[in-house]
Design a binder for this molecule. Structure first.
Ligand code: TRP
Length: 340
């Protein structure tokens, strides 16, 4: 019996942080370990280049880092195919054919692309590769005939775009060779978008408000101790607020089932007054470290041999390429451009 196919990936433009971890990595490892899917996970370096064209060094370094992050959280190359986008030329070729099925106006309407264009301050100089990246993302997804694509909510427009391309392609070329994918979105709104340590709605590299899977224990401790809590909770006896208090927000996300009653008691005590921030932070640190310490240890172990990490990516890329080549050949036959 063939298993449903899952494809997902990240742009390698830095290391992965706790937001990535609770928002997607944990779920991927869970899906992998369930064993019900054929899973592909990839580093979208070409997509990263669409807005970092002059920073290929950063992208190379990030590929190493994100691969280490993947391995250390438990993505396992013997169970999942882990690969690099740019090493599969078939993806670029598919993109070329799909581009003819998507209007410029349709690309300009993509809400995620719109937001990013505003954020990145491209002005009048939007790289055309950037505008087209949703089409290249459709190539990533369809090349593997993915049935499911687990992604953040911000990726909904990409999945929608992919589904349109699949319908348009299959209809235009009277084929059923492409598969319409479904997105899998975070169930838990809170975990789906982890706020930054400073209380900003999003943890992100550019805001410098994150904890990284690669941070050492001291760094994590310092970061937790500096977390945003309740600015009006000055003396320990003062009643404190738990809404908008990052320590309690993180406790809700990272606390395990068996911690729940302690957390509830702490919330109550904090609101009543008499519980200091340092105590709540020490407790959160303990909970985080239970999860982070083993990941950190594994990461250091894998980092000793980056040659091996890149060999793993090379092997994954070879496997992935064979799959993409098969799809490309079907696509070309459907289009009638298999001339010889
Ligand atoms: N756009 C995704 C992000 O920014 C990365 C990505 C590229 C992706 N191609 C994909 C995700 C295909 C899922 C499927 O994180």
């Amino acid at each position: 019996m063939t298993k449903p196919i899952i494809l997902t990936g990240d742009r390698p433009t830095g290391k992965l942080h706790l937001g990535h971890y609770v928002g997607s990595l944990k779920n991927r490892v869970f899906l992998q370990n369930e064993g019900k899917y054929n899973m592909f996970v990839f580093l979208a370096d070409q997509q990263a280049l669409t807005d970092h064209a002059k920073e290929s060094e950063l992208i190379k370094e990030s590929i190493g880092n994100v691969a280490l992050d993947y391995l250390s959280v438990g993505l396992d190359p013997s169970r999942s195919t882990i690969f690099i986008q740019s090493q599969i030329p078939e993806l670029a070729e598919l993109t070329m054919y799909y581009m003819n099925l998507v209007s410029l106006a349709r690309l300009e309407r993509n809400p995620t692309v719109k937001t990013e264009i505003a954020q990145k301050g491209f002005g009048e100089s939007i790289p055309s590769g950037f505008l087209v990246y949703p089409i290249s993302q459709a190539a990533d997804i369809t090349a593997f005939k993915a049935n499911f694509v687990p992604v953040g909510n911000d990726q909904k427009p990409m999945i929608e775009q992919t589904r349109e391309i699949v319908r348009s392609f299959n209809h235009t070329y009277k084929t059923d060779c492409l598969v319409e994918p479904e997105g899998i979105y975070p169930e838990n709104e809170k975990a789906g978008r982890l706020p930054g340590l400073d209380g900003n709605a999003k943890m992100s590299k550019s805001l410098g408000n994150g904890i990284y899977l690669s941070d050492d224990a001291d760094t994590v401790c310092k970061k937790v101790m500096g977390m945003y809590t309740d600015p009006n909770h000055i003396k320990i006896e003062d009643p404190g607020q738990i809404e908008g208090n990052m320590v309690f927000h993180y406790l809700d996300i990272f606390g395990r089932e068996e911690d729940k009653s302690d957390i509830e008691a702490m919330k109550e005590h904090y609101q009543r007054g008499g519980l200091g921030d340092v105590k709540t932070k020490r407790y959160l640190l303990e909970i985080l470290e239970q999860e982070l310490a083993p990941i950190r240890e594994k990461r250091l172990e894998y980092a000793k041999d980056m040659g091996e990490v890149f060999r793993m990516l090379q092997e994954g890329s070879q496997k992935a390429q064979a799959v993409a080549a098969q799809t490309l050949s079907e696509v070309k036959s459907a289009m009638g451009i298999n001339y010889f």
